[in-house]
Design a protein around this ligand. Structure first.
Ligand SMILES: NC(=O)c1ccc[n+]([C@@H]2O[C@H](COP(=O)([O-])OP(=O)(O)OC[C@H]3O[C@@H](n4cnc5c(N)ncnc54)[C@H](OP(=O)(O)O)[C@@H]3O)[C@@H](O)[C@H]2O)c1
Length: 433
């Protein structure tokens, strides 16, 4: 029996693209790759912006500068998109899918923006659209949701899906650093970009939450914005309060069922109880914690970024797509559940950590407690620190509606004795942990 032959066109030879080509050409893996793909695999072109620049590990004769032409080439069976961005990347992928080529991508921004339309196009053309590398790097969470957990009702997904922010918050926790110092260290070590906005303002995490939600619950991927809060406002005093109270602050992505057909998708910093498995996810690591109806809690931990770990997820998808092509089949896209309704984050209840800077004067506590009472937010515990103009009050509330907590903060801000509002951070319950 002759072995089938599958041809790949790779768009992008940056961190992930280069690592992917190296893995695919690694002779020590050759037998395993042919076995997994049920085919021999050949890279026939690698598109970059500047083909005159040599790329280590990539034969210069393969380099081209026209990704669209590579995506359109009839002899390319699988297009591996590792360039990033929305346009013209979307056009390249659509071009490949329209002629029935499969596409493997690590592009979370694009999948969050138009994943449903692209998945439909792939299905219409009997091709695969696979994107394991788009969420949590090397962690095989997409395949787990699509296959092993396909029949499970998933109630909640909590993810630490951005390594940069987890590194920054971990440094603030372990070293007692401020946000700026921890961000500088993340930049020095290559964990943060020169412009860290996508990470620290949680755009990156929000796109991953959208993708997890589509697979876990069945929401569509069409660029609908979700509630997003980053970590710029987290201060070292908040991190220190959390530690004393038995918590650690993490940026988390949340996908949560609310009642029968409600869904909440959001990213925000949260106080995680130290006994929760996510509290032990340090540095630039990623983790996804799933609460299944019947499975109970499950957690995946691993490297969420970096060229080589991410390339392993790309390679897994390429092997799967190759196997599918040889067998003349393709994966069906995830089903969108049209009955799902987004619940406003303001309507959700949780315990909150709040802090305010106040003047150290008689009667201040009574005034502050009065404002909490007016808005039906009850106080679980309070801590006072500092004195004179440096006094600080920190509270843990009982479970309260976010909308009422916001009104409380607005009311507190009106008090003459309150100098400023410090923090307002949700506390994650132990859930299925
Ligand atoms: N890096 C990670 O850890 C990681 C993790 C998970 C997912 N991802 C995703 O993987 C993708 C690639 O990330 P990366 O870090 O490898 O990016 P990168 O290092 O910036 O590399 C991008 C590559 O794409 C090429 N490229 C970009 N625009 C192009 C255009 N218009 N025409 C031709 N070539 C073009 C670049 O060519 P030149 O080399 O000539 O500039 C470069 O080789 C992104 O979608 C990213 O979100 C990355």
């Amino acid at each position: 029996m002759t072995t089938a032959h599958v041809r790949l066109g790779v768009i992008g030879a940056g961190n992930v693209g280069r690592a992917f080509v190296r893995l695919l050409n690694d002779q020590t893996r050759r037998v395993a790759l042919v076995d997994a793909a049920t085919a021999t695999l050949e890279i026939v072109g690698v598109a970059v912006r500047d083909a005159s620049r040599p790329r280590s590990g990539i034969d210069s004769s393969l380099l081209v500068e026209d990704p669209l032409a590579l995506a359109a080439r009839e002899d390319v069976d699988i297009v591996v998109e590792l360039a990033g961005g929305i346009e013209p990347t979307r056009t390249w992928i659509e071009t490949a899918l329209r002629r029935g080529a499969s596409v493997v991508t690590g592009n979370k921004a694009l999948m969050a923006e138009c994943g449903t339309a692209l998945a439909t196009l792939a299905n219409d053309n009997r091709a695969d659209l696979l994107y394991e590398a788009s969420v949590a790097g090397a962690i095989p969470i997409i395949r787990a949701l699509r296959t092993s957990l396909a029949g499970e009702k998933i109630n909640r997904v909590l993810g630490i899906v951005n390594g940069t922010t987890n590194f920054i918050l971990s440094q603030m926790t372990s070293e007692g650093w401020g946000y700026d110092e921890a961000l500088d260290e993340a930049k020095r070590l290559g964990y943060a970009e020169t412009d860290p906005t996508a990470d620290v303002e949680a755009f990156d995490a929000a796109a991953k939450v959208q993708i997890l939600s589509s697979l876990a619950i069945g929401t569509a991927l069409h660029g609908e914005p979700i509630s997003r809060e980053g970590i710029r406002t987290v201060r070292s005093v908040d991190v220190e309060f959390a530690r004393r109270a038995g918590y650690v602050i993490k940026l988390i992505g949340v996908v949560e069922r609310v009642g029968e057909s409600g869904i909440s998708r959001r990213t925000h910093p949260a106080l995680i109880p130290l006994e929760h498995p996510l509290a032990a996810v340090h540095g630039a690591m990623n983790a996804v914690f799933i609460e299944g109806d019947q499975s109970g809690p499950l957690m995946w931990l691993g490297q969420g970024a970096g060229g080589v770990p991410t390339a392993t997820a790309v390679l897994g998808d390429v092997l799967h797509a190759a196997r599918n092509r040889v067998a003349g089949r393709h994966d069906i896209p995830f089903t969108v559940d049209d009955r799902l309704v987004s619940v406003d984050a303001g309507d959700l209840s949780s315990v909150f950590y709040l802090s305010i800077d106040v003047r150290d004067e008689p009667g201040v506590l009574a005034q502050v407690a009065g404002v909490f009472g007016q808005h039906d937010v009850s106080i679980q515990s309070m801590e006072q620190s500092g004195f004179a103009h440096e006094a600080r009050l920190a509270f843990l509330t009982h479970a309260a509606r976010a909308r009422d907590v916001t009104s409380t903060l607005r009311g507190l801000d009106q008090l003459a004795a309150v100098d400023s509002i410090g923090a307002c951070i949700r506390v994650i319950d132990g859930g299925g942990a």
